[in-house]
Design a protein around this ligand. Structure first.
Ligand SMILES: *[C@@H]1O[C@H](CO)[C@@H](O)[C@H](O)[C@H]1NC(C)=O
Ligand SMILES: *[C@@H]1O[C@H](CO)[C@@H](O)[C@H](O)[C@H]1NC(C)=O
Ligand SMILES: *[C@@H]1O[C@H](CO)[C@@H](O)[C@H](O)[C@H]1NC(C)=O
Length: 503
């Protein structure tokens, strides 16, 4: 194969693979401050892991037969550990590490020269370097991927006690070399084990999917391997709401590019494209939540008798005259999913829908007769906020009022004065729709976290087409698996909007 066709194949693979990768709906950025905090939390584990390095008995034949046994080395003294990031990962570096221990030795040389004793080992200036990448596993969770380790013991102080220790001193170099290489291997395999057990079980607690109710989940799965740069760790996640029904229609839009967080003073930033909110709107609309029905029997007893054609006596006299004091029914539904638009100063929710009025015709067995329908376009400013309860943090929205435009779609009951009907719809908007929207946006959506990590000093900022949450974290690692299960029993929030209305 020539170079040209190889290039063509490489390009093709590149196009196919980049085309099939999802774009992220959100990105988590762990800053240098955040990584330093993580390292600080990991140090006690690191220290207890390295506190006893296992070295097997060593025997061999050089000029003499020798055997080294009961080798112990540990009592580690860790100085400051620095975390350095780069494209190769996060490297933990420590210099001036102290270790101490000892061993028993014996040797047999020609001419019946032999001896035994013990040795004190003292290391004052070892250096450790351990590099980690973070990858994505098959389930969309992050996993550590160790990417290099060395425990470099440059100088080992060996003091012999015992018979003929002057001769034993000849072994110094040999003992030193063996111990250095075993210590390096064992320290590194212990660190590897620590990462694979403790580290990865911690990362497995990243909540990739969170049930919103029995139909809708929010998906925070990783979509690519996280990337370390010289300043941070970037984790691209799906950041979308989906139906649990695999055959559900997918949103016909995709996320816009997520900008880099513009600050780095906090430990972590979550930059969520408006895609996240808009997939929520899309799914709840698809699932039929954005429809609302009022019939006399859905109203509280006190209000039942109010919901009759009497309310149209002045508004649409012909309607009232044709069906005097008869019960009404109202059917309201979104004609398309609401859309959230975010700019640096403002978040605005836009929606449109249809309101249909019908009457129970008392002269005709209470048959439901269509009266008229209205088309309503609305928009409102959303105050984006945060709600923190027991360590969990939700991003919430609150609206005060609705700007509505009303037009008459059809009428079976004569001319309708659009100015007057607008007043009625405004009333419905303020008293019914505003509390209804707030009921759901007030619950909000949970920020993705690792179990046991609490967010502190959390703030929200609006940007061009994104919402940014900046936060510090606090990690309390002692929670048991059982507590986790009990806590995670999250309650379904979104009920059908056709439930009973309270005025
Ligand atoms: C209107 O609805 C109420 C409550 O369901 C009912 O008690 C009443 O009889 C209805 N009125 C007519 C005229 O059907
Ligand atoms: C509609 O009602 C308003 C008062 O609410 C009135 O000023 C206007 O003249 C009415 N329009 C028509 C066409 O009757
Ligand atoms: C946060 O949102 C989730 C999902 O909507 C909900 O289950 C939970 O109750 C909310 N938390 C709070 C404190 O409102």
């Amino acid at each position: 194969m020539d170079c040209k066709s190889l290039l063509a194949i490489a390009t093709l693979i590149c196009i196919i693979s980049s085309g099939s990768a999802d774009s992220p709906g959100a990105r988590i950025e762990i800053t240098q401050n955040g990584l330093n905090y993580m390292i600080e939390q990991a140090l006690p584990y690191l220290k207890s892991t390295l506190n006893r390095i296992n070295i097997p008995d060593i025997s061999g034949k050089d000029e003499c037969d020798y055997s080294l046994s009961n080798i112990n080395i540990g009592d580690i003294e860790l100085p400051d550990i620095q975390g350095v990031t780069g494209s190769g990962g996060l490297t933990l570096k420590g210099d001036g590490i102290g270790l101490s221990g000892g061993l028993d030795y014996s040797y047999k040389c020609p001419l019946w020269i032999h001896g035994s004793g013990n040795v004190d080992l003292d290391v004052t200036d070892a250096s450790l370097s351990f590099t980690l990448l973070v990858d994505k596993d098959d389930t969309g969770h992050p996993v550590f991927n160790p990417n290099g380790c060395s425990l470099d013991i440059s100088d080992i102080d060996i003091k012999f006690h015992g018979s003929l220790s002057w001769l034993a001193n000849l072994f110094k170099g040999l003992i030193g070399d063996k111990i250095k290489s075993y210590a390096n291997d064992n320290a590194c395999s212990k660190l590897l084990e620590l990462i694979q057990q403790k580290g990865n079980s911690f990362l497995q607690d990243f909540q990739t999917q969170k049930a919103i109710d029995d139909k809708i989940v929010i998906d925070y799965s990783l979509i690519t391997n996280p990337i370390f740069s010289s300043t941070d760790l970037e984790v691209d996640i799906k950041g979308e709401f989906t139906s649990i029904n695999p055959n559900a229609v997918k949103p016909p839009f995709s996320p816009s590019a997520i900008p880099q967080a513009s600050e780095s003073s906090k430990m972590a930033y979550l930059v969520a494209s408006t895609y996240l909110a808009n997939t929520a709107a899309f799914v709840i609309n698809e699932e039929g939540y954005l429809q609302y029905n009022i019939t006399p029997d859905t109203l509280p007893a006190k209000a039942e008798f109010l919901f009759t054609t009497l309310i149209f006596q002045d508004l649409i006299p012909a309607f009232y005259n044709k069906y005097p004091d008869m019960n009404l029914t109202l059917n309201m539904y979104a004609t398309k999913p609401p859309i959230l638009k975010v700019t640096p100063g403002e978040a605005r929710l836009q929606g449109s829908g249809i309101i249909e009025f019908a009457v129970y015709d008392a002269n005709c067995d209470n048959a439901i007769v269509h009266a008229f329908s209205l088309e309503v376009d609305g928009s409102t400013e959303v105050e984006v906020g945060l709600k923190q309860v027991a360590g969990a943090t939700n991003v919430t929205g609150k609206i005060e009022s609705l700007d509505l435009e009303v037009s008459i779609l059809d009428t079976e009951v004569g001319t309708i004065n659009s100015t007057k009907i607008k007043d009625l719809i405004d009333l419905i908007g303020t008293n019914l729709l505003v509390p209804l929207v707030n009921k759901y946006t007030g619950v909000g959506w949970p920020i993705p976290i690792i179990y046991g990590v609490e967010l502190q000093n959390t703030e929200v900022t609006l940007g061009n087409d994104y919402i940014m949450i900046s936060t510090d974290v606090d990690y309390e690692p002692q929670l048991s698996q059982q507590q986790k299960l009990e806590d995670d029993d999250s309650q379904p929030v979104m009920k059908r909007l056709t439930s009973r209305v309270q005025f």
